[in-house]
Design a protein around this ligand. Structure first.
Ligand SMILES: [Ca+2]
Ligand SMILES: [Ca+2]
Ligand SMILES: [Ca+2]
Length: 142
């Protein structure tokens, strides 16, 4: 894991506790079960994550996107996501992400998953995701 990711991990672990409001659009997470491949869904999520509009999702944009999603999903604001807060999810994925098997997803657990997904999807290893990389990865991992 690069130093940028390490910096994000340290910074966002603290700031997540102080973010007071929810911005925006809930986007794809691997916890959510996708019934059928919906390219438009990923296009919309990609556009929402690409906040500077340069046509790529950087690691920073991906982490910020995850924070928005995490906060909007944690409806009782206890800083963990429980299965009752997920309306449609894959139990196998939930258990895989739940590293300490306490039945709840901490921000760090979800962040680890997101960074691993980011690295795996970034097939040309330029440190950012193109829409094409996202669609290929999404198709292969649905
Ligand atoms: Ca961007
Ligand atoms: Ca919660
Ligand atoms: Ca890339």
């Amino acid at each position: 894991m690069g130093s940028l990711a390490m910096t994000f991990r340290k910074t966002f672990y603290h700031t997540i506790k102080t973010v007071l409001f929810v911005i925006g659009i809930a986007v794809s997470t691997s916890v959510v079960a996708q019934q059928a491949f919906d390219e438009e869904y990923y296009r919309t999520a990609f556009a929402a994550a690409d906040t500077d509009g340069d046509g790529f999702v950087s690691e920073e944009e991906a982490v910020r996107d995850l924070i928005r999603l995490y906060i909007s999903t944690d409806t009782n604001a206890d800083e963990v996501i429980s299965d009752s807060e997920l309306t449609d999810y894959d139990p196998a994925a939930f258990n895989r992400i739940d590293g300490n098997a306490d039945g709840q997803l901490s921000f760090m657990e979800v962040l680890e998953e997101r960074l691993a997904d980011f690295a795996a999807a970034d097939t040309n290893k330029d440190g950012r995701l193109s829409l094409e990389e996202v669609l290929i990865y999404a198709r292969e991992n649905r």
